[in-house]
Design a protein around this ligand. Structure first.
Ligand code: 13P
Length: 245
């Protein structure tokens, strides 16, 4: 059985005051025992603050890590630094990094390997653009994105990873993939993972809201969500977490 996982990707949002208010308000709601695992990924500069505020109630992850271990990489944050703060996850290959920072499949694979080497669980993001979907290239694009990582890290490495399917056209647009569209890709991703596939949690991301989370989570290969905008509102994020229970 795969444990459901809901991850909030705060992107470049927050402040000391806002983070503390958001977490307090979420943790007030999210008390006691839960079956679903919840994690938040704040901007790197707030990882230590959020780790301290979250206590045992939440896992923490970084939104990105460097592919390099240490040294002359001004502005970068290494996976071992994130692990040093007792964080559990690192998102790698988010479409915003692929698009605005020209991250290639190969670089994403390096970051995936660096995260695992430091003892973090990578959350590998894959997804197609609208143009690619309209040209019926969705599955080819996803297969290529996965292959680069499998070639670099090996299939077995996927058992210690999470995959997030985030169609680029659904991110921050209010357009969500239908549960059927998402299930088709999630099933395909699991197939690509071969024997390891059954153990790997595959999250859906792209305009997940309280109103659509339940029907997405009802699909057999959707094991949770990577949530952007709605993770910044404690009640919405709470409702999405509850829907995953
Ligand atoms: P939204 O939920 O804001 O569409 O963002 C999704 C996302 O990119 C999470 O990583």
């Amino acid at each position: 059985m795969r444990q459901a996982l809901v991850v909030g990707n705060w992107k470049m949002n927050g402040s000391l005051a806002a983070n503390s208010q958001l977490l307090e308000s979420f943790l007030e709601r999210w008390q006691g025992e839960h079956q679903v695992e919840v994690a938040v990924c704040p901007p790197a500069i707030y990882l230590a603050q959020v780790k301290q505020l979250a206590g045992d109630g939440l896992q923490i992850g970084a939104q990105d890590v460097s592919q390099a271990e240490s040294g002359a990489y001004t502005g970068e944050v290494s996976a071992s630094m994130v692990a040093d703060l007792d964080c559990r996850y690192a998102i790698v290959g988010h479409s915003e990094r692929r698009e605005y920072h020209s991250e290639t499949n190969e670089l994403v694979a390096e970051k995936f390997a660096a995260a695992q080497q430091a003892g973090l669980v990578p959350i590998l993001c894959v997804g197609e653009t609208l143009e690619q979907r309209n040209a019926s290239e969705t599955l080819d694009v996803i297969a290529e994105q996965l292959k680069a990582v499998i070639d670099r890290a090996g299939l077995q490495a996927m058992t210690d990873a999470v995959v997030a399917y985030e169609p680029v056209w659904a991110i921050g647009t209010g357009l969500t993939a239908t549960p059927e569209q998402a299930q088709e890709v999630h099933g395909f991703i699991r197939e690509q993972l071969g024997d390891t596939g059954d153990a790997v949690r595959i999250l859906y991301g792209g305009s997940v809201k309280p109103a659509n989370a339940g029907e997405l989570f009802a699909k057999p290969d959707i094991d949770g969500a990577l949530v952007g905008g709605a993770s910044l509102a404690s009640e919405d994020f709470y409702q999405i977490c509850l829907a995953a229970e």
